[in-house]
Design a protein around this ligand. Structure first.
Ligand SMILES: N[C@@H](CCC[C@H](N)C(=O)O)C(=O)O
Length: 281
């Protein structure tokens, strides 16, 4: 049997996902749908699938988000998708709130919408990404050194709900991130695999970053990755507590607050197109 599902394609700094409202459509096997629909030649084409729904704990959050990478694996958090959900909910009239509590597998994230055009349009969104963690369950922590195909990568492990290894390099424009990213993602330090950020300071508090995402490969931007990069740069004194993370698809402004140690991410969100696709039931 087949069901027709309405979807919305959105991107945040070029990190593109397919969004489905699970209040309208049941997606019983989201991992399988993510693989089929993310394929560029035979599906819609995207970095993965995002399900918007009602939260488990309805009193504490307004809506929920689940995120599936293009390989069907489920992640705990997605920074770019959280901003897109803020725009989706507000501009589609599902909420009039300018501050939205979003339930994710890594806690409730607060989205603050920045409105324009007589409060009709969400121009950008600031997300409270909570506190970073510097250790993974295998006690792999903080600044470390990994090797990939004979090259040494010094980096910092930062968990922003999902895991990141941020490595500062001096050849950001030429380094083969597909080659090294694929190897580092599956380093034995990361039994759950890892997102890899290659970063280079280009000016005071300006950090050029290229991303290899666990489960999706090279993406044009990663929100949690931008936060992890800013935290790693601040901890290693390469940058201050506020930095601009310049990725292939756009720039995110990150503040690693001294007041509460939370990370605040600000950036754009955009609609791309709407459509309908068949789901094998
Ligand atoms: N692009 C995302 C992160 C998506 C999940 C990631 N690939 C993982 O598996 O942890 C972002 O904007 O944060």
């Amino acid at each position: 049997m087949k069901e027709t599902v309405h979807f919305t394609k959105m991107h945040g700094a070029g990190n593109d996902y397919i969004y489905v409202d699970t209040q309208l459509y049941d997606i019983p096997n989201p991992g399988k749908a993510a693989i089929a629909w993310s394929a560029y030649h035979t599906g819609i084409g995207s970095d993965g699938l995002v399900l918007i729904g009602k939260p488990q704990n309805g009193r504490r959050a307004d809506y929920s988000m689940r995120i599936f990478n293009a390989d069907g694996s489920e992640a705990m958090m997605c920074g770019n998708a959280s901003r897109c959900i803020g725009k989706y909910l507000y501009e589609k009239g599902l909420t009039r709130k300018e501050t939205i509590r979003l339930e994710t597998l890594s806690g409730i994230k607060i989205l603050r919408l920045h409105l324009q055009d007589n409060k009709k349009v969400v121009d950008s969104v600031t997300v409270d990404m909570l506190k970073p963690r510097l250790e993974n369950p295998q006690q792999f922590r903080g600044p470390s050194v990994l090797e990939a195909d004979g090259r040494i990568f010094e980096g910092t492990y930062v968990c922003m709900g999902n895991p990141h290894f941020v490595t500062f390099v001096d050849d950001i424009d030429t380094i083969d991130i597909a080659h090294y990213g694929k190897i580092l993602e599956r380093d034995e330090a990361f039994p759950q695999r890892c997102n890899i950020e290659f970063a280079q300071i280009t000016d005071t508090d300006i950090i050029r970053t290229r991303v290899w995402e666990r489960g999706s490969g090279i993406t044009m931007a990663c929100g949690t990755g931008a936060c992890a990069t800013a935290v790693a740069a601040a901890l290693t004194k390469r940058a201050g507590r506020k930095s601009s993370i310049v990725m292939d698809g756009g720039t995110l402004e990150i503040e690693y607050s001294e007041a509460d140690d939370h990370v605040y991410m600000t950036g754009p969100a955009a609609f791309v197109f709407e459509g309908e696709i068949e789901l094998e039931c």
